[in-house]
Structure formats: C-alpha cells, structure tokens
Write a protein that binds this ligand. Structure first.
Ligand SMILES: [Zn+2]
Length: 183
C-alpha cells in the first residue's frame, strides 16, 4: 500500500526562515513545528522535507554548508522526538533550468518513487506561492500556506491554489487531519 505524506517546506514551516540558511547556528524551530510534525506522524503521514536552497547556486553558501544545516535540522528535530522519512534539496538557481526547483515537481516525484508515496492522499505545505504551485504540479490532494507573510498578498490565482492558510505547522496539521476524517 502506498503511503500518504506531507511535503514540508523547511525554511518557514519547520525552522525560522533567516534567508540563505548556510550556517547551522542559524537553525531555530519555527513555532509549533514539533507538535505539528508529531500530529502528522501520529496520523500516519510520512514526513518529507522538500527544500529549495538556491543560496548554493547564488554563491551565498556551499553545498557542504547546505548539508551541515540539513544535519543540524535533523538532529534538533530528532532530539525533540521527530524523525523525518526523507529530505530532498534543490541547490540550483532560477537560471539553471533544473527539474527540481520549485514549483517544478522533481523533488516530490523522486520522493514518491523512493518512499512509495501517494500524492492523492498527501499535502504540500509551505510559506510561498511556489509551494502552493508545487502541490498542484505534483498532484497533491492539498496545498496549504503556512505562515503567510504580512504585506505580501497572494495573487488571485495563488489564492485559488491555497486550500487552507494558517500561521503554524500545527494549525496546518490539525486542518489536514480534520479534512481526512471528514472524508
Ligand atoms: Zn534543482
């Protein structure tokens, strides 16, 4: 049986986004990220990080820095009782024309293959319009905008893509679980 999953944008919903996260010392839990992950895991969702790290392509930090930050994120969540099932990163920039940069579905498609997931039972969660578009492009059941930024209103088309909007991962998790139980 294929598994349901949540595709989690890292910087924003999971850890506070400090823009170009190339130093493990910058890593700090986003509010209610840990209980949000725990609720989703307890409800049977695989937890999969899907993260764009264009800071590598832009020369803001190295690939090694990217992996050092990844390792730190995994460590602090593990210490809090959360284990991720997978993590996928795109280190490319807008001009690289790769298949993985959001909102292209390359990272989600790879996770679906490697972890035997079913997008039709899954949700994409993130704080940017590209995360909503990623949900649509990878045929996820839900796209949820977590921690929408004040003063950055969505376009009408982006509004249309958001099945739900909230401030924390826990609120997103509660909503997804509620949708599921209401069929
Ligand atoms: Zn890429």
């Amino acid at each position: 049986m294929k598994h349901k999953a949540v595709f989690l944008d890292r910087d924003g919903p999971l850890v506070i986004d400090k823009k170009y996260m190339g130093d493990p010392a910058l890593i700090e839990f986003a509010p209610d990220a840990v209980p949000g992950c725990k609720l989703l895991h307890a409800s049977g969702f695989k937890l999969v990080i899907i993260s764009g790290q264009s800071g590598v392509a832009r020369g803001k930090f190295s690939l090694a820095d990217m992996w050092a930050v990844h390792t730190r994120v995994i460590e602090i969540f593990r210490a809090a009782g959360v284990e991720f099932d997978g993590a996928y990163y795109c280190p490319h920039g807008p001009d690289d024309n790769c298949a993985c940069r959001k909102p292209k579905p390359g990272m989600v498609e790879q996770a679906v293959r490697e972890l035997d997931l079913d997008p039709a039972q899954s949700a994409a969660l993130g704080d940017k319009p590209s995360d909503l578009e990623l949900g649509r492009n990878s045929s996820c059941r839900w796209s949820v905008l977590v921690g929408e930024k004040e003063g950055e209103p969505l376009t009408p088309e982006q509004e249309h893509l958001a099945d739900y909007r909230c401030q924390t991962l826990l609120q997103a998790a509660e909503w997804v679980v509620r949708q599921e139980s209401s069929g």
